[in-house]
Design a protein around this ligand. Structure first.
Ligand code: BTN
Length: 239
């Protein structure tokens, strides 16, 4: 495990460093870890709060033999891997909010950013591990393993479990296809079906009730007009 890990005290973002190393030929399974990020990237152009030494900030370089159309399901699989791994280390029940926010109760404990760059999948994972507090704008929506469980965690031990789970889910996806990922996500996520949500879209917010996943891993939301819309991207939150 340790020989796959490239550690950096400070990076702008592990995504940038991983992209650079992947272009230079870094092996599949290389994991780029930062003690802190000065420009951590979130989904939808947001930033990722990366308190020095308190969390896990890493990007795994993967070269799965999958077409770009599989990216949504890969994203769901990464969420499942992280949710399972965090449950294993902390004992706290983790929920998933489509596409791949990992929650403890209603609050976010981990975010995942999956980018496909040429043939390379950059799986960026941020986990709030030992944070005891958050900036005011995140206080109501974020949590950490420590806040949720009252315990302090060894970051390397958490990393090892997450990488093992990620590798496991990627293998399963390659061997058995999308179905196990879609089925498990639908069973596990309280957001997959019957949840009243608001989805921020470029053209404005869509409100409705979640109604399962399509075969590609996109989310159906049924509006008050009875129409079922397919959500391809966007921030989902409880209405
Ligand atoms: C999100 O929920 O918006 C996704 C957050 C992803 C954050 C991680 S931290 C490690 C990796 N490097 C980054 O700059 N972002 C991802």
């Amino acid at each position: 495990m340790e020989n796959r890990i490239r550690r950096f005290a400070t990076l702008d973002s592990t995504m940038e460093k991983a992209a650079e190393l992947a272009s230079a030929g870094a092996a599949t399974g290389t994991v780029v870890v930062a003690g802190e990020q000065t420009a951590g990237q979130g989904r939808l152009g947001r930033s990722w709060y990366s308190e020095p030494g308190a969390g896990l900030y890493f990007t795994e370089i993967l070269r799965p033999k999958l077409c770009p159309a599989s990216l949504p399901v890969v994203t769901l699989a990464l969420g499942l891997a992280v949710a399972e791994g965090l449950e294993e280390v902390s004992g706290a029940a983790c929920d998933l909010r489509w596409p791949n926010d990992v929650l403890i109760g209603p609050r976010k404990v981990s975010g995942i950013l999956a980018l496909l760059q040429d043939e390379v999948l950059l799986a960026g994972i941020g986990v709030n591990v030992n944070h005891t507090r958050f900036p005011a704008d995140l206080e109501a929506i974020a949590t950490s393993l420590r806040i949720a469980s009252g315990r302090v965690f060894d970051l390397d031990a958490v990393l090892a479990v997450l990488v093992e789970r990620i590798d496991g889910w990627m293998e399963l996806l390659l061997e058995q296809g999308k179905e196990p990922v879609l089925r498990t996500f639908t069973q596990r996520s309280s957001y997959a079906r019957g949840r009243r949500v608001t989805v921020e879209q470029e053209g404005g917010a869509v409100e409705g009730v979640t109604d399962g996943l399509d075969p590609q891993g996109f989310l159906y939301v049924r509006g008050a007009d009875g129409k079922r819309r397919l959500i391809l991207a966007g921030g989902v939150r409880p209405a």
